[in-house]
Design a protein around this ligand. Structure first.
Ligand code: 5GP
Length: 236
């Protein structure tokens, strides 16, 4: 379709809004300046975050697009991205390379040590329940995704990790962990949503300085500074 026209708001997220378009198979994702943490309990507007996140996400998605089936198609403005309209599977798929964040907290571990192998965890997307962790048997029993879909999701998440870990490493950034979401599009499972430092822990390789949204979550300083460092290193 040549000219995409923005339609109604169909989903209001914490940092993004999703709009229908005149094409039933396409949506527009709008990146906002909102920063939230702790399930929305902490909130701020950080000027420029939406545009920066879109640039970073575009760079990462363009690197992945010939390697992973993706909903991403292109960016259409400084804050808007065109994606295939998928049916989101309500899981936050987290891949970890180091112990950090809720993994450290839940198991009483120090942050920062390497895991012996990449670890995939699943969380059920439900703000009212605080996104509880969910295991594969529960995912199947509750009909959230089939066992076959989960095999695909697990493989794709690990492949994204392998690709991104190296891509970032050679640019001086450690990929500590990240969250991805997947969606159904006809018979395919596609990487959906976004990948940005809002949903990934990214540390400087030399100093281990935090460059991601933990700056905001933990009041460690200017979030934009870290995001700009990542953008420079990625040429975004
Ligand atoms: P943790 O479970 O340690 O809090 O988070 C693991 C990884 O997933 C981190 O990179 C974090 O940014 C990301 N993550 C977890 N929950 C969410 C969420 O609700 N939204 C976003 N954007 N990222 C999340």
């Amino acid at each position: 379709m040549d000219s995409i026209k923005k339609g109604n708001l169909i989903y209001q997220g914490k940092a993004k809004d999703v709009f229908a378009t005149n094409d039933p198979d396409r949506v527009i994702m709008y990146f906002k300046d909102d920063a939230t943490a702790f399930n929305g309990k902490k909130h701020a507007i950080i000027e420029g975050k939406g545009e920066l996140n879109l640039r970073l996400c575009k760079r990462i998605f363009e690197f992945l697009e010939d390697k992973i089936p993706m909903a991403y198609e292109k960016t259409i403005s400084k804050r808007e991205m065109l994606q295939k309209k998928v049916q989101i599977i309500p899981l936050e798929v987290v891949v970890r390379n180091k112990i950090a964040g809720s993994l450290a907290k839940r198991f009483g571990k120090e942050e920062g040590s390497d895991l012996p192998f990449p670890m995939v965890e699943y969380f059920y997307k439900d703000d009212a329940l605080n996104d509880p962790e969910i295991i594969k048997n529960q995912i199947a029993a509750f009909n959230i995704a089939s066992k076959r879909e989960m095999r695909q999701i697990n493989d794709m998440a690990l492949k994204i990790n392998t690709l991104l870990k190296y891509y970032l490493y050679v640019r001086g950034i450690i990929l500590v962990d990240f969250k991805v979401e997947f969606g159904r599009y006809y018979d395919d499972i596609l990487l959906a949503d976004d990948i940005t430092p809002d949903g990934a822990r990214l540390w400087d390789i030399k100093t281990e300085a935090i460059l991601d949204k933990d700056c905001f979550r933990r009041n460690l300083g200017d979030l934009i500074e870290g995001y700009n460092i990542i953008a420079d290193r990625l040429g975004a």
